[in-house]
Design a protein around this ligand. Structure first.
Ligand SMILES: [Zn+2]
Length: 174
């Protein structure tokens, strides 16, 4: 018999149907649920693998993506996409893909999920407005002429992910 908590957890966090990244890791359902509790996320999270173009040359910290989605079955939810190949990490860092690096990216994206929810609650607005009204707002851009990496929400997510170093959200596949 499945208990209610078990069913609720399956609704709250959805992993890709085949939880195997090409780079040899998988999402840790329990660890990610605990992270969602810590961040007090109210909307469910759907995780997907993302296949980036090989030629992409931007920094490795950009290789996850968070957005708000809505459909009839789920209602409003967070969609987080993580690159599951990550050959670019080797190119940039000269290092292998590690559970620590993937976890860093996922902590970063979960922080964006939290920023979105807290902003929406604070201003009593739809979470779909976060990226339009807050993230891309002039005040959020950082120093004049600053790049994406100086965005205050990016700095906050980076700082948070840095503080989570060693706290793994993915497992190595055997
Ligand atoms: Zn980010």
């Amino acid at each position: 018999m499945l208990d209610d908590d078990f069913i609720f957890d399956l609704y709250r966090l959805r992993l890709p149907p085949i939880n195997e990244a090409r780079a040899g890791w998988k999402f840790d359902h329990d660890a990610i649920l605990a992270a969602m509790d810590e961040l007090q996320l109210k909307f469910p999270v759907v995780l997907r693998f993302r296949h980036y173009k090989r030629q992409q040359t931007t920094g490795w910290r950009t290789f996850g993506k968070h957005g708000m989605r809505e459909n009839y079955a789920m209602g409003i939810y967070h969609e987080i996409k993580i690159n599951d190949a990550l050959s670019w990490i080797r190119k940039i860092d000269g290092e292998d893909v590690t559970p620590g690096k993937i976890s860093w990216i996922l902590w970063h994206e979960l922080k964006h999920a939290e920023q979105t929810e807290r902003w929406a609650e604070h201003y009593d607005k739809s979470p779909f407005r976060f990226y339009y009204e807050a993230y891309h707002a002039h005040y959020a851009k950082g120093k004049w002429g600053a790049t994406y990496s100086q965005n205050i929400y990016e700095l906050d997510a980076n700082e948070f992910a840095d503080a989570k170093t060693g706290s793994l959200l993915v497992l190595k596949e055997n």
